[in-house]
Design a protein around this ligand. Structure first.
Ligand SMILES: [Zn+2]
Length: 296
């Protein structure tokens, strides 16, 4: 039995040794200087894999490695990065098998979406490993994570929540998408004169235009959540990311209740949670073990 490593690659690479759903020692972060945030964006794909590999080796500290889980942003299927808007050079890259070869072929490597890694980490660190966990990550775009990790695309941020053809602010260009209403970029395009923070502050101060939008914003998030409930069943939903603070859980709950009326589908729970690399690393590692054991 070797050791278990969890890793995350986004604006930076973060890697840690995981034991019993906890990090052993501090996680290793590259680049260390947070202001060098475009380092990975300009790095060739092969070199990103080498850098991840070097940090995995360092975290293992000479022990044999049993499994490595890596959370990565974008559409991840069958160990391949099919799409990753912020690290475009990775598109089509067989990251899982490349890492496996670089690590000597013995460690089992599992590549998964970063939001799924975070959902798995929440399940592991809060004792919900038997439960269905979903996470909305609200920022410039909208991420959707699910535990247990399931095959498929799961681009929850692009769930269609409006039939209005004028709703075209999603970063992907698709009409009526959740991200086109609740994403930061979309809000700035909608309110050219106001930052999102000002929109929510003005709504609280009684401005009618902003207050109406804040209701729409919550109804959009509720609609996508209700869609997830109708496809996948009720459960626990977490809200994370820089814009999670805008979520009024009572308002959201009220809208979801209006949208989900069949009694077996009611009773979902909503909670805020701080975004956290450590939890995602633990989740990536947990998933690597589960896939090695064919649990998901
Ligand atoms: Zn979209």
């Amino acid at each position: 039995m070797g050791c278990l490593i969890g890793a995350l690659a986004m604006e930076h690479i973060a890697v840690g040794l995981v034991e019993n759903h906890r990090l052993v020692d501090a996680m290793r972060v590259y680049p260390r200087d947070a202001s060098a945030s475009n380092t990975l964006q300009i790095m060739p794909a092969e070199q990103i894999a080498e850098t991840i590999c070097a940090h995995v080796g360092a975290a293992a500290g000479g022990q044999p490695i049993e499994a490595v889980g890596l959370g990565f942003p974008g559409i991840i299927r069958d160990g391949i990065v099919e799409e990753s808007p912020n690290l475009a050079q990775m598109k089509g890259f067989k990251l899982e098998s490349t890492l496996s070869v670089m690590l000597g072929g013995k460690a089992r490597v599992r590549l998964l979406n970063d939001a799924d890694a975070f959902a798995a980490g929440l399940a592991a660190t809060r004792g919900h490993l038997e439960a269905l966990i979903r996470v909305w990550t609200l920022g410039s775009g909208v991420g959707f994570g699910r535990y247990p990790t399931a095959d498929g695309v799961w681009e929850g941020g692009h769930i269609v929540v409006s039939l209005d053809p004028k709703e075209k602010y999603c970063g992907c260009g698709g009409r009526g998408h959740l991200e086109g209403i609740v994403g930061r970029r979309a809000m700035r395009l909608r309110f050219l004169d106001l930052e999102p923070e000002e929109v929510f502050a003005n709504a609280r101060a009684g401005d009618a235009r902003c207050a109406s939008f804040v209701k729409t914003w919550h109804r959009a998030l509720a609609a996508a959540t209700a869609t997830s409930v109708h496809l996948d069943g009720p459960g626990r939903f977490f809200f994370s990311g820089p814009h999670a603070r805008f979520v009024d859980l009572n308002m959201l709950d009220r809208y979801v209740q209006q949208m989900v009326t069949m009694s077996p589908l009611q009773g979902s729970a909503f909670e805020h949670v701080e975004a956290n690399d450590e939890i995602a690393i633990i989740g990536a590692a947990v998933n690597a073990v589960r896939s090695a054991n064919n649990l998901s």
